[in-house]
Design a protein around this ligand. Structure first.
Ligand code: GDD
Ligand code: MG
Length: 244
């Protein structure tokens, strides 16, 4: 069946932002182009944590351009972290599918069409972007960050054996009820969040497919990954090992 006519699917994109004023208009434009081309219903839910750079003013402008049924701004008062940003945004999602992604072009909207197509192949619960299989890759990171990412995936894969090649990536498509269920059981809030979500989803018996993506380091601004997060992540893997 061609997408669109008679297709009741709706895709809610959850986009956490912190100081993404310069990236937000282009990512929104690309999302609109992708969903229009695929003839799919969608909405964008921006969860901004009081960014001092004026991200929310830009979001308000985008609401005027694209309409308040397409773009929703659901801000929070302060920087409360990525994990809880998804929990917050999810309450407002009206789609039956939810896509989570970054606002800084590390996750290019062009891969969304692939993810949707793969989801439909076997009605998968989750489709995750992977940097570590097929044509996937990482561009723009220095060797240290590459090693940290590879090491983080290898470590979790060795200890927990979830059978998913990219556990720490966060470009994913979920059935909404699956995301609601998995997110309820997930405890970590920081960088460990994505890995814990996937390990728990697999433990619950969810079906997961992978789509290779190229992850390109952000154009503007800085990542928030540091030594503390690495230690937290290692602790997260080990505590899941005891529990799952
Ligand atoms: N609302 C909100 N948004 C946030 C926060 N921290 C970061 N963001 C937003 O979340 C996205 C990712 O943040 P980055 O700071 O760009 O993360 P990164 O270091 O590039 O990490 C990415 O890759 C990792 C895997 O290598 C992922 O684990 C991580 O989730 C993210 O996708 C961006 O859209 C950023 O604006 C926060 O506290 N609150
Ligand atoms: Mg980034």
């Amino acid at each position: 069946m061609a997408a669109g006519e008679g297709n009741k699917d709706k895709y809610s994109v959850l986009l956490p932002t912190y100081n993404e004023r310069r990236n937000l208009p282009v990512i929104t434009w690309l999302l609109n182009a992708t969903f229009t081309q695929e003839n799919l219903d969608w909405e964008l839910i921006i969860v901004d944590d009081g960014s001092p750079d004026g991200t929310q003013e830009v979001a308000q402008q985008l609401i005027k351009v694209y309409g308040s049924s397409r773009i929703l701004l659901k801000p929070r008062a302060g920087k409360l972290g990525l994990g809880t940003a998804y929990v917050h945004g999810l309450q407002f999602a009206t789609g039956n599918f939810v896509i989570i992604m970054d606002a800084d072009f590390s996750h290019h909207p062009k891969f969304i069409a692939d993810m949707i197509r793969v989801q439909k192949e076997k009605n998968y619960d989750i489709v995750t972007g992977t940097r570590y299989r097929g044509d996937g890759g990482v561009y723009g990171w220095d060797l240290k960050r590459k090693l940290v990412s590879r090491g983080a995936n290898l470590f979790a894969d060795t200890v927990l054996r979830p059978g998913v090649s990219d556990l720490t990536g966060s470009f994913r498509l979920y059935k909404k009820e699956v995301l609601q269920k998995v997110i309820r059981s997930t405890e970590s809030k920081g960088y460990t969040f994505q890995m814990e979500m996937m390990v728990r989803a697999k433990a619950m018996g969810c079906t997961v497919a992978e789509v290779p993506i190229s992850f390109v380091d952000r154009l503007y601004g800085e990542s928030k990954l540091g030594g503390d997060e690495i230690v937290e992540y290692a602790k997260g893997v080990l505590s899941l090992w005891m529990k799952v």
